[in-house]
Design a protein around this ligand. Structure first.
Ligand code: KIV
Length: 278
């Protein structure tokens, strides 16, 4: 059955109905086609692009141009899912005007249906302006990787009273500013559940337990693309690292012993033509 394109209204409705929302990152056309075909609700062109695709040790070096480039590729591979593009580090922190223009670029040039921005109350004025300009916004609180240097590492957030109350207040402020969903990253499960119950907009958890309205994972973590570090919260559904290394090793061996290409991968020519050659 042909699926209908998912919009921000679909996502709000899913929250109202209590239907869990599935979200995954993708950074290119090929992956977007596959996750869209699988029936994912939302695709995030995350600035985790910097870590998993570009080999940086944080998301900080990711540029607006890189985000636009990868968002375009993902949008070309997507038929149904709602594509959300991340606002990278320093694309909105210097001024609201710059933030608004950059959010506009992700939609106008990148083709995304929405943007995601890290931060709580401090970004709400900008969120309001974006929403007023017709840009749907997903908030992102808890562990916000662009502030990793301020946090002093990748740590669970909101564990004491003050931090937990701030998280709840930030979530409510984002809702009041017009965000249509909010990502909760690395937050104790019971706190994420409480936040979810107090909001009318959906929460999308990553390392935030199963009491959120939906879940997001980085596609490379879910697929086991590398045999390196994987965060505690990331369930590895497949081990593509071993599949890829195994397949390429077989190819190398076939090339070396000349068993590839076989006749089925080769093209023919009439013997007569060959014989005429001098
Ligand atoms: O960039 C990203 O992949 C993200 C997710 C961790 C939510 O922001």
């Amino acid at each position: 059955m042909e699926r209908k394109p998912i919009t921000t209204s679909t996502i709000r409705q899913m929250k109202e109905e209590g239907t869990p929302i599935s979200m995954i990152t993708a950074y290119d056309y090929a992956m977007a086609r596959n996750v869209d075909e699988a029936g994912i609700d939302m695709i995030l062109v995350g600035d985790s692009l910097g870590n998993v695709m570009l080999g940086y040790s944080s998301t900080l070096p990711v540029t607006m141009d890189a985000m636009v480039h990868h968002t375009q590729a993902v949008v070309r591979g997507t038929k149904t899912a709602l594509v959300v593009a991340d606002m990278p580090f320093m694309s909105y922190q210097a001024s609201e005007e710059e933030g608004l223009r950059n959010a506009g670029r992700l939609m106008k040039e990148g083709g995304s249906a929405a943007v995601k921005i890290e931060g709580g109350a401090e970004v709400c004025q900008l969120v309001k302006k974006m929403v007023t300009a017709g840009i749907p916004v997903v908030g992102h609180i808890g562990l916000t990787p662009q502030s990793v240097n301020q946090f002093g590492g990748f740590k669970v957030q909101g564990k004491d009273f003050a931090a937990a109350q701030k998280l709840l207040d930030d979530a409510k402020a984002l809702e009041a500013a017009g965000a249509f969903a909010v990502v909760l990253e690395c937050v104790p499960a019971a706190l994420a559940k409480k936040v979810t119950e107090q909001l009318t907009i959906p929460t999308i958890g990553i390392g935030a337990g199963n009491g959120c309205s939906g879940q997001v994972l980085v596609c490379n973590d879910l697929l086991g693309f590398s045999n390196g570090f994987s965060p505690k919260f990331a369930k590895k559904y497949r081990n593509l690292h071993d599949e890829i290394v195994g397949a390429v090793s077989e190819y190398i061996s076939d090339v070396r012993d000349r068993s590839f290409p076989g006749p089925e991968h080769s093209f023919k020519i009439d013997e007569e033509v060959l014989e005429k050659l001098y």
